[in-house]
Design a protein around this ligand. Structure first.
Ligand code: SAM
Length: 347
């Protein structure tokens, strides 16, 4: 493996290190969740612009040299990317990357779980918003609910060190399933995480009244199980974790009502190689151009370090501070630049 360039670990203008990289491996998805991809038509990234596994691996080495120890593969739906295990195997060879994880909707996971685990993937997060197949059909346009459950079970038997469930809680859709989903997760020994509905690019039907806040989620849980206890916070983790009296642990990601920008150590790589400093960020650094233009690892590393050192983004906090909060981008603006889409920049 090529050695990563020697470089100091940059911190940004708010003292935040670059520790965590979310890599979108494709902008395509096999679901059409209303909070992420509600439109009938999308402008896809040109195929030739999508980074190859070798390009992603090279960048991963460079990022590792800058302090990244956690890499999460996401998308779009990452399991749509052909032969993802090959990328996992490449990434797992970087000693500095100690945490290699995947976020998936689970539809294709049952067939791939063993292979991904064998290739070196350590942790999996499966998005599961409802236990009711008819709701998934209506809300995500898919009849594959049973496949998602089979995917979760396959992940359990494949022996991942951690499996989490992600649920975006939306009033009028699944706000009445918080306790049922918690029971489902508890019964399978996996950790549920409830996510507030975010006004990210792609969420063109977002409105504040649909957001079920962390406070409400905790009230729903406490009403069923009694007092919940906050666990000590991991300094850089997005989820606040809580325990029930019987020790069951669950998380809440309160990005909308209680953003955690001050501890955000995450950079994002779009499927076409744009490095973004914030989920809400507009401008990015085009790493594909550098890769394909013949830049050395050292040159690419210097450019990444430079933009990180100048980073002052607090996108979610800025949104939360708005007097009136509506959708982030209208569909025309998403079509004009698909990199504004959540499914392109990676959730
Ligand atoms: N396709 C994969 C999946 O479904 O997990 C990975 C990509 S998806 C964009 C990553 C995560 O972003 C999912 O857990 C999804 O629920 C979450 N997400 C997408 N849009 C969101 C929104 N508007 N608010 C909160 N979470 C959102």
């Amino acid at each position: 493996m090529s050695a990563a360039p020697v470089s100091s670990h940059p911190t940004d203008l708010l003292g935040r290190p670059l520790r965590n990289l979310r890599v979108s491996v494709t902008d395509r998805c096999n679901l059409r969740c209303r909070y992420c991809m509600p439109e009938a038509e999308y402008v896809w990234l040109p195929r030739a612009s999508i980074l190859s596994f070798e390009e992603i691996d090279r960048l991963a080495g460079i990022f590792a040299g800058l302090g990244v120890s956690k890499v999460r593969l996401t998308g779009g739906e990452p399991l749509l990317r052909h032969d993802l295990g090959t990328l996992v195997a490449l990434l797992s060879r970087h000693d500095a990357i100690t945490d290699l994880a995947l976020t998936t909707n689970g539809v294709l996971l049952a067939r791939q779980a063993d292979g991904l685990r064998a290739a070196g993937l350590r942790r999996v997060t499966v998005s599961l918003d409802t236990l009711r197949p008819e709701r998934m059909q209506e809300f995500a346009g898919s009849a594959r609910h049973a496949d998602v459950v089979a995917g979760i079970d396959a992940a359990r038997t494949a022996g991942f060190s951690s499996i989490k469930l992600n649920t975006v809680v939306i009033r009028g859709y699944n706000g009445d399933e918080v306790v049922d989903l918690l029971e489902f997760a508890r019964g399978r020994g996996v950790e549920p995480r409830f996510i507030e509905y975010m006004d990210v690019g792609g969420a063109t039907g977002w409105s504040m009244d649909q957001v079920v806040s962390q406070r409400e989620i905790l009230e729903l849980v406490a009403r069923r199980y009694g007092p919940v206890e906050p666990l000590p916070e991991a300094q850089w983790a997005p989820a606040e974790r809580f325990a029930l009296r019987d020790g069951t642990v669950f998380g809440v990601i309160a990005s909308t009502t209680a953003p955690f920008c001050r501890t955000c150590d995450r950079g994002r790589l779009t499927a076409d190689g744009t490095f973004l400093l914030c989920l809400y960020g507009e401008d990015g650094l085009d790493l594909r151009e550098l890769l394909r233009g013949g830049a050395t690892d050292g040159e690419i590393s210097d450019r990444i370090a430079g933009v990180w050192r100048a980073r002052a983004d607090r996108g979610a906090e800025a949104r939360a501070g708005l007097a009136e909060r509506g959708i982030l981008h209208r569909i025309e603006s998403l079509r004009a630049d698909p990199r504004r889409e959540m499914h392109t920049r990676g959730g």
